[in-house]
Design a protein around this ligand. Sequence first.
Ligand code: NAD
Length: 477
Amino acid sequence: MTVTDKKKMLLAGTWVEKDETIDVYDPQDNSLITTVPKASRGDMLRAIEAAEEGAKIAASMPVHERVTIIERAASYIEMNREVYAETIASEGSKTITEARREVARCINTLRLSAEEASRIYGETIPFDQMPGHENRVGYYYRFPIGIIAAITPFNDPLNLVAHKIGPAIASGNAMIVKPATMTPLSALLLAEAFVEAGLPRNILSVITGSGSEVGDVLVSHPSIRMVSFTGGLETGTHIANKAGLKKLSMELGSNSPAIVLEDAHVEHAVESCVAGAFGAVGQNCLGVQRIFIDSSIYDSFVEKFVAETKKLKVGDKMDEATDMGPLISEAEAERVERIVEEAIEQGATLLTGGKRDGAFYEPTVLADVSPHATIVRDEIFGPVVSLFAIESLEEAVERANDVPFGLQAGIFTKNIAAAFHAIQHLEVGGIMINDSSDYRIDAMPFGGVKGSGLGREGVRYSILEMTDPKVVNFKLG
Ligand code: NAD
């Protein structure tokens, strides 16, 4: 394991150093971990030029070679899994336990990518359905689209990058990754796995730099055929405006709801929603942010929810006993603190939490929150959840939908008709019955509606986005 020591980025298959660098800090104590190169616009243009060659190599690589390379990369990560976990935990805000889970998911994402590489199928087309088109046979099959730009966020700095590189290589594309400025090391380590696995030069670059400086060059370049972005709505909207005529995959944020009905298993709902609200310090696109509880069980739910929340241990990320580490930066913790204070000024009741210490912010539960408060309208991306009493399922669904986002939702009930009502009427990309919005496996179609995004990830679904059908018609006789 070498990359992070050498402070290099991967530019077209070569590890490159730069005089200008970006400091990477551990948010827990603000200690400097290392530096990474600060790429220039010229570096990004070089990566794009090299990727033009890389796209040709990638497209002509037989599927069995793609499979071998991706499997080798997965095995390399497996062999060095603790280094990967420690890197995630030190540059980001996950605990070591959460980081180990992310490494396991990354290995799974890559193995799924290797499997799916062999399943990129087409279909035959019955041309003779149209009078005058008899005596024709044909089909379509899927071709790689070329060079894909991948831009990724800080909160899952390894697995969300694997969700882009794995399917891109599996489907014969070249890729340029711009990882989050605060957490570039995990993405560089992932690139190292692919270099060690024998990925030909020019197919993959991981360019470290400021999104606002090198991002526009990348997303607006005409050679880039697709932008696969995971991050916030504001950045996603900016990128969509800059990108011009190319495919867009937008995995954006949310303020996900959970609905707990009268007949729910309350202990299970509490446990699932506490984990869903405070995992990764609430810095999770699927995090539970708003819980709508049937008024008949509201008091008992609140009591249990607050008691469970108080059990969470906030502290040193590297301690296996810790449940919650710091937020990604002190500035982020201050932002969360401000939004909670604003909600309290507008009438919200603080049930537990609400205190900040540097980048640490306590797991916080609010009640009586105004429906107009920023804390429920926007994505909080921190450890804060708001509880609401509801009089009916219809009311819960209406209030759950009354926001500009729609990624996933959870509903806790034993009533199949209520579950189907929620499935029909909640405006989201995924509904979890008796799980919170935070439930996901890497093989399922994943993405949102409204301000939560465009397109779907989940390996097989990413491969569909990253390939174009090409139709073939044979006229016979
Ligand atoms: P962000 O939007 O601030 O940044 C995401 C990436 O965009 C970073 O790499 C950043 O450097 C880059 N960037 C910034 N300006 C750019 C520009 N002008 N051009 C190109 N790139 C630019 O997001 P973040 O704070 O890193 O992550 C948190 C957000 O990500 C939350 O909103 C969260 O919900 C979302 N997210 C979504 C999913 C999902 O799959 N739906 C998963 C994880 C996180």
